[in-house]
Design a protein around this ligand. Structure first.
Ligand SMILES: O=C(O)c1[nH]c(=O)[nH]c(=O)c1I
Length: 309
């Protein structure tokens, strides 16, 4: 149909899904995603053991988006593996986000998930910005290379990566070259939040989240142009891979922008957190209206068709 999409040869009724971290920590949230009009769903990034995460308040919405320093709160990988074992893959595809605190933890989780022999799609999170003392992997190119080499060896089947935003053409070039050296990396999700921003409330003359003196990753309107640039930069540099767009989606228009930039699927974070799962019916309808108005009959016809001047 008009909104059909595919990734790794798997079919999706809609290109839309949640961004990992939103509406996906607990079974009830994942079931709400399953019942929604999203084409697929992804679990909260998981660690070997359950984590409470950072002290609250650790998420705040603003007029232009959101700021968070959650600190990787999750139920531990076995909780999400249980969900993946029970999931009905004929209903809609399921992604698992993995964000171990070390290379060894990631290998242990990937081994356990591999041994479960499930059709779940793995998105390896290389960009968690809020674990104090842990620099995010994708800003350390040697660490990223090592992680991808180990994950390719251990997982030994297609997977994807969740990337932070880059802001320098030389960094797009180097990161893409590393990803292109790992053929099992079949999709790239761009972007994670823009890390370590600071939101100030002038009434209280204060920061708005407790962890890290108020420093946190931002999402929403703040990040849309950066997200589109990262989607298009990796789409241009990685012709053998697919790109999942994430960042600044709140209407059909931004979904359409991500598709033009090269996205195969599109994730929704801040707007989902604020509006709830009903957003997917609205976004599907708004996207369909744009496609019909412009005479497109499939997402294929739009993907990567961004014109330059
Ligand atoms: O603080 C978090 O839990 C978090 N927050 C984000 O904005 N992105 C991430 O990948 C993660 I793992």
């Amino acid at each position: 149909s008009l909104l059909s999409a595919s990734l790794l040869g798997i079919d999706f009724a809609s290109p839309l899904m949640n961004a990992s971290g939103v509406c996906c920590r607990y079974n009830e949230e994942l079931d709400a995603m399953l019942a929604s009009d999203a084409g697929s769903l992804i679990t909260k990034s998981c660690t070997l053991l359950p984590r409470e995460g950072n002290p609250e308040p650790r998420y705040t919405a603003t007029a232009l988006g959101s700021i968070n320093s959650m600190g990787l709160p999750n139920e531990g990988y076995e909780y999400y593996l249980d969900y993946a074992v029970k999931h009905d893959y004929a209903k809609k595809p399921l992604f698992m986000s993995v964000a171990g605190l070390s290379l060894e933890d990631n290998m242990a989780m990937l081994t356990a998930i591999r041994e479960a022999k499930l059709p779940a799609i793995v998105e390896l999170n290389l960009s968690c910005p809020n674990v104090p003392g842990k620099p995010q992997i994708a800003y350390d190119f040697e660490a990223m290379e090592s992680m991808l080499e180990a994950a390719s060896r251990v997982w030994a089947q297609p997977f994807g990566v969740k990337m932070p935003p880059y802001f320098d053409i030389a960094h797009f070039d180097e990161a893409a070259a590393i990803l292109n050296r790992h053929p099992l990396v079949k999709f790239i999700t761009c972007i994670n939040s823009i890390g370590n921003a600071l939101v100030i409330d002038i009434e209280r003359e204060s920061v708005v989240i407790k962890p890290k003196d108020g420093f946190g990753g931002i999402g929403g309107d703040y990040v849309l142009p950066t997200a589109l640039a990262n989607v298009n930069a990796f789409f241009r540099r990685c012709p053998d891979k697919q790109v999942i767009g994430c960042g600044g989606v709140k209407s059909g228009a931004e979904v359409f922008m991500h598709l033009l930039a090269g996205a195969s699927l599109v994730q929704v974070g801040t707007a989902l957190q604020e509006e709830g799962c009903g957003i997917f019916a609205r976004l599907n309808a708004e996207l369909a209206e744009i496609l019909q108005r412009k005479g497109y009959r499939s997402l294929e016809e739009v993907r990567g068709k961004l014109r330059t001047l």
